[in-house]
Structures are given as structure tokens and as C-alpha cells.
Design a protein around this ligand. Structure first.
Ligand code: SIN
Ligand code: FE
Length: 316
């Protein structure tokens, strides 16, 4: 085992700090390829499922000259943060490019999707057959700039866990693979671990109303029933973003993801905020809860322990 791999292994087996409000762990990995990554498995699954970020400074995604030519914020349609594909569909969203340039973008996004999905399979073998490629996106606009002028709910420079109003997950996990394909570092803040964030904000979550959730579904506001779990996750997202004192003073650390690096985390579990950077590729992967090797760390398990009640309808 080389020095870097040894260091990563030591880091990964280090006992967690005992402070009550622990910060998200960020562990560097020597991983340097998307395909055949299995031999680099140094506890990545445990780290990420326990709420850590796996940072791979040498995991670069190759961009062709033809693709690099298109790296321009004007490529965005101006309405969305990303240019993206949804699942296996070939339709491209968020782009203002010509058909010919959209073909180039689509090919880049599909290549990234295939690479990221293979990486996840190699690092998280129990997810085989239990995961689905959700959106694949390219973010050509500078992050952070003008974000504060957005509604505070959409401002991703405020730390949050991902939860989407129209898209209840019913506990399906949101795993994300990110690659910085720009020339500047992508700067994130990561906050305290999910358990202590939830402890802090749960008292502010209003009571769940099944009647209201059914109504939202009937109106088409949500794509399926907003479960009690989704209700809480959405309110945790909002409560954290709305609380500027918390944003300033809660436990956190800043990390710069270097150009040509990649990182992986469960964004429904890691408190994160994107402060700066431009040009990033990202693959969202939905993973069934039953495929987790450490389901006790999932947001659902943490919240059910805290609330002393099942949070999904019709389970078990
Ligand atoms: C986010 O998921 O909140 C933003 C991630 C990024 O743009 O780096
Ligand atoms: Fe987010």
C-alpha cells in the first residue's frame, strides 16, 4: 500500500472526536480513477453513510477541447443553476446552446453519469440493484455570486441538508458525486453532523398534518404524498437556512475542493453550503434505504429515534 493509501486508511479508522456537537468528517482518499475504483476501498462506505465527505483530490474527470470550448456561463438559460439531464432521458434542461452544442453537452453529461455510477458501484457494493441515476448536472455559473438576492430558501450559500418541496423521497437517500471541472477551487462550508443539527432544529418543526399532505398531493404541489419524514426534512432545510445566527455561529469548517478533484457525500445528511467556484459536474444517485450498510445513521433512523415514532406511511 502506498503512503497516500496508508494515510487515508489511518484517517478512516481514527475514532470519532467525542465533542457533543461534532463537525462533519472530511476524509481525503487517494482515489484517482472512476473505473476500477474498488481496490481503493478504504472504508469509504462507512465514512459516507455515517455522514462524512469523501474528498478525492486526484479524481479528475477528463474534458475534451471541444467540451472546454463550451464552458461559459452564458450557456445557461438564466432561469436555472444547472444544465442537466434527468435520469436516462436524453432531453437537456437549462441550456441556451445550439442543437449542435447541446449534443456535445449531452455526451459530456452522459459520460460523467456513467463514470459516477460506476464509481458508486465500486465504492458502495451493497447498492447494486438498489440505486438509480437521478439528475446529472453541469453548473456553468459562478457559485455564490448574486445568490443572496435569491429567495433565502434557494440560497445555497446557507448551510442546509437537501430536501425538495415537490419531491418527497420517503427516505430514499440522496447520494451525490461532484467534480470540479473549473480552474478555481469550489469552496464549501460543511456544518455539524446531522444528529446534532436535528437536535437543534427539531423543536422548531411544526406538527405534521396528513390531511394537509394529502391536499398538497391532490393539488399537484407534491409528486407523491409528503410523508412525516419529508415534512421534517423540509423544515430542517428551511429552519437552518432561515437562521442567520446559526449560519454564522454553529460548528462548521470551510473546505476548498481543488480544480480537478471530486468528492462524494449524502447531501440529505451533510450540512453543506457552496460559497465559491465555477464549473462543476454533479451526479445525483437515489439509493434505497435497505441497501445501506449502516442504516442506523440515515436521517430517517436518526429522526425516528428522536421522535419515537415511525415517520413513513405503511412500513413493515
Ligand atoms: C448544493 O447542493 O447546495 C450546492 C452544491 C454546489 O453547487 O457545489
Ligand atoms: Fe444542497
Amino acid at each position: 500500500m502506498n503512503q497516500a493509501a496508508l494515510r487515508a486508511r489511518q484517517l478512516m479508522s481514527a475514532p470519532p472526536p467525542s465533542a457533543a456537537r461534532r463537525i462533519t468528517e472530511i476524509v481525503e482518499s487517494p482515489l484517482n480513477r472512476f473505473f476500477g475504483a474498488g481496490s481503493f476501498d478504504v472504508g469509504a462506505q462507512a465514512l459516507v453513510e455515517e455522514g462524512g465527505v469523501l474528498y478525492c483530490p486526484a479524481l479528475e474527470f477528463e474534458i475534451s477541447e471541444n467540451e472546454a470550448r463550451l464552458f461559459d456561463p452564458r450557456l445557461s438559460d438564466g432561469k436555472r443553476k444547472s444544465i442537466y439531464l434527468r435520469g436516462k432521458s436524453r432531453e437537456i434542461f437549462g441550456s441556451s446552446a445550439s442543437d449542435a452544442d447541446n449534443d456535445i453537452l449531452r455526451a459530456m453529461l452522459e459520460r460523467y453519469r456513467d463514470s459516477a455510477m460506476e464509481l458508486v458501484l465500486q465504492l458502495f457494493p451493497t447498492y447494486r440493484g438498489a440505486m438509480l441515476a437521478a439528475s446529472t448536472s453541469f453548473r456553468p455559473r459562478p457559485t455564490g455570486v448574486g445568490e443572496a438576492s435569491l429567495s433565502w430558501r434557494k440560497d445555497d450559500t446557507r448551510m442546509h441538508v437537501d430536501a425538495f418541496p415537490s419531491n418527497p423521497t420517503h427516505g430514499v437517500r440522496i447520494l451525490r458525486v461532484f467534480t470540479n471541472v473549473g480552474a478555481k477551487a469550489r469552496v464549501w462550508r460543511v456544518g455539524e453532523r446531522f444528529e446534532s443539527m436535528a437536535d437543534h432544529f427539531l423543536p422548531r418543526v411544526p406538527e405534521y398534518s396528513l390531511w394537509r399532505a394529502q391536499w398538497l398531493k391532490r393539488l399537484g404541489v407534491t409528486k407523491r404524498l409528503r410523508s412525516h419524514y419529508d415534512h421534517i426534512m423540509l423544515h430542517l432545510h428551511d429552519a437552518a437556512k432561515a437562521d442567520l445566527k446559526y449560519q454564522r455561529e454553529s460548528p462548521q469548517t470551510t473546505i476548498e475542493f481543488a480544480p480537478g478533484s471530486s468528492w462524494i457525500c449524502f447531501s440529505d445528511q451533510v450540512m453543506h453550503a457552496a460559497m465559491a467556484g465555477q464549473f462543476m459536474l454533479e451526479q445525483t444517485v437515489h439509493v434505497a434505504l435497505h441497501a445501506m450498510a449502516h442504516p442506523e445513521h440515515s436521517p430517517l433512523a436518526v429522526l425516528e429515534r428522536a421522535m419515537l415514532t415511525p415517520l413513513l406511511p405503511h412500513r413493515g
